[in-house]
Design a protein around this ligand. Structure first.
Ligand SMILES: Cc1cn([C@H]2C[C@H](O)[C@@H](COP(=O)(O)OP(=O)(O)OP(=O)(O)O)O2)c(=O)[nH]c1=O
Length: 192
């Protein structure tokens, strides 16, 4: 019986995968998320997801399948997690009243065969117009810190979003429909 290892410390990725009742374990690797500004955003998200999966697969056992993901927000460059208040403010100021892309890189590695698959999903998100005061009040909710682009669509950040075009779960951090297809097609693993 194959076992899924989710190479992630993100509670959101865990929540999404847990819905299926398929048993899995969590193992978090420790990679430094370096971004090469020369590369395309899709490539960056895939490389980071792949590095996370490789790192964790080194300490995995036979029969295990490692899943990793990396989510970035793209608008005039790549927006990761904010390091401080000013960064969170300037990200939200840039995102408000406009459309941006959320890209999640997804990597799956089978430990036995070393078969590897890497892909990405892209979702378009329209954030509504926000005053500086609204941005500040949102930062004060405290939910911006561990989120790419400084917002969480699944939390109070839902009130900032006008529309989403594409996979909502991709914005939250795990493109589950794509993952389900990948596991079924290449690893004979059925989530549903
Ligand atoms: C845009 C957006 C991002 N996010 C989150 C998803 C990711 O967890 C996070 C981006 O950081 P990531 O580096 O992708 O992931 P992580 O550090 O949280 O977890 P790990 O590397 O251990 O798997 O931003 C939301 O939760 N909601 C949103 O609306």
């Amino acid at each position: 019986m194959k076992k899924i290892i989710l190479a992630s410390a993100s509670p959101r990725r865990k929540d999404i995968l847990e819905k299926f009742g398929f048993p899995f374990k969590i193992k978090k690797g420790n990679i430094e998320e370096k971004i090469d500004a020369e590369e395309k955003p899709e490539q960056i998200a895939m490389s980071l997801a792949f590095e996370k999966a490789i790192e964790v697969s080194k300490s995995c056992n036979e029969g295990e399948i490692v899943i990793a993901a990396d989510t970035i927000v793209v608008k005039n460059g790549i927006l990761g997690k904010p390091k401080n208040y000013e960064e969170a403010f300037s990200m939200l100021k840039m995102l408000q009243d406009d459309i941006h892309d959320v890209i999640t890189g997804l990597a799956v590695i089978e430990v036995d065969t070393y078969n590897k698959f890497v892909t990405f999903e892209k979702t378009k998100v329209k954030m509504k117009q926000l005053t500086d005061d609204e941005i500040k009040r949102y930062i004060d909710t405290g939910e911006v810190w561990d989120k790419a682009g400084s917002y969480g669509i699944q939390g109070k950040g839902s009130a900032l979003i006008e529309w989403v075009y594409g996979d909502y779960f991709n914005v939250v951090g795990l493109p589950i429909a794509k993952l389900q297809s990948m596991l079924s097609k290449y690893f004979d693993l059925e989530l549903i």
